[in-house]
Design a protein around this ligand. Sequence first.
Ligand code: HC0
Length: 568
Amino acid sequence: MVNITIDGQKVQVPKNATVLEAARSCGVKIPSLCYHPELRPEGACRVCMVEVEGARTLVASCVYPVSEGMVVRTNTPAVRQARKLVVELLLANHPQDCLSCQRNLNCELQTIAADLGIRKIRFDGEKKSYPLDADNPSLVRDPSKCILCGRCIRACSERQGVHVYSFVNRGFNTTVAPAFNQGLHQVACTYCGQCASVCPTGAIVEKDDTAAVWQALSDPAKHVVVQTAPAVRVALGEALGMGTGSIVTGKMVAALRRLGFDKVFDTDFTADLTIMEEGSEFLDRLAKGGKLPMITSCSPGWVNFIELMYPDLLDHLSTAKSPQQMFGALAKTYYAERVGIDPKDIVSVSIMPCTAKKAEAVRPEMRASGYQDVDYVLTTRELARMIREAGIDFAGLPEEEYDAPLGISTGAGVIFGATGGVMEAALRTVAELVTGKELECIDFHNVRGLTGIKEAEVPVGDMTVKVAVAHTLANARMLLDQIRRGEADYHFIEIMACPGGCIGGGGQPIPTCAEVRQQRIKSIYECDSCSQFRKSHENPAIKELYETWLGTPLGEKSHRLLHTHYHP
Ligand code: HC0
């Protein structure tokens, strides 16, 4: 530890801290833009400048290390003037369309400008203007709104190991873009949306599909059904003024009914179905000497990643579709038959924490019903905007129940939303299917938590199943490299593209940081422990589905509707 003085306050801080970290640890707020607590510091924007006694100039506190006896001043006329100048220069070259920007009221540049009391921009020079990059289903990039903080570059490289973005050109012409200024659809982008999640402005946002959904809701000829992903229920409240990780399942169902959806269903139902299919596939591979380790296939950013980067390992992926797509296929077949509605009149919408789900829904093979199985995917943020637009008092809504039968689910389905959850749900079912006996404990704590790669050995009948769980694509890469080198002696691997799993998805409310993820995960397991059923194979609606319509897991109908193939 070292002793320093910040604004007259004597504090002890770790000797490897930066001035910014030291200040924040003792409650002194220094504004910043390029700094992000989970990414390597860059010192690019200079908004976090402070005075350090003995230094020749103001210093960027996010990259300036503390030292014994250091005296720091964060609030002097020179500091305030310098910060204002930096932000004014950014604003002088920034579109002045805050009122209609998707990030209005949730923009770090806007907040800092307001906090610094900037009322007028003194500079009026050339403004950069670039075309939108919107030729993909998931994300829209508007380089005109980019402030060159580089957070997207670092999130894509450090967190995901994908390296889509870099700075291109020099000086005033500098932008952030994929190689050769190509669109995201032309490069190896997985559409995970982590770039949008860390972008401080509206330079990278999800593609907004709300207008199409409003249109469907107002069409009396359409029967509009909606499914909600596991991780949305513990995050949506944050975008509507409620506390971090609030469990808003019942209010969300009520809000969706008030928006006009004809039926409100749950992706957790098909998460349970995924366990039945994927668990059976795993046991089948074990019995028949199929390709191991088998790897989960429900996170579409992850599926895009392996297709793009490790096509030689695609036969490790489970052929089970994701719960979103299983739901889409059933909505326009099983459900349509049950209620006697022509599938052409059903519009299937999903609410996801994920931007890659938008791309998954439009994959050409996702038309098992004869129509596009999932018509529109909205992120948690888009749903929050629709709820606000409709003038719904979200916090004041009553708690309502999902509709049956596609809204009936178990705790195993809901934990899909957290890293390790799919594995835990699978183990609960696989172990009981193999032994025919009830597990004494169904909480598999060793696959829970935010460690990047987790491993566990789990007794299943006479054998010990070795499993691994990874979240973020950078961690996935490490496991895949192990498989390529022949060093991965696992039987089963779960991979989720986003940090923390879907609770940290690229479509979740901003900010999503470590404490927020922790809180959402806690809430996910709370939902599980409060569930009436906690194992997928005990879901009564799933049992009925197999008994009355689907047949057996891995049967002919399952293969046609619930399994898929991948593109090398
Ligand atoms: Fe997920 Fe899913 S758990 S990918 O993270 O498997 O997006 O929440 O909906 O499909 O169920 C996201 C979340 C889902 C799917 C489920 C899976």
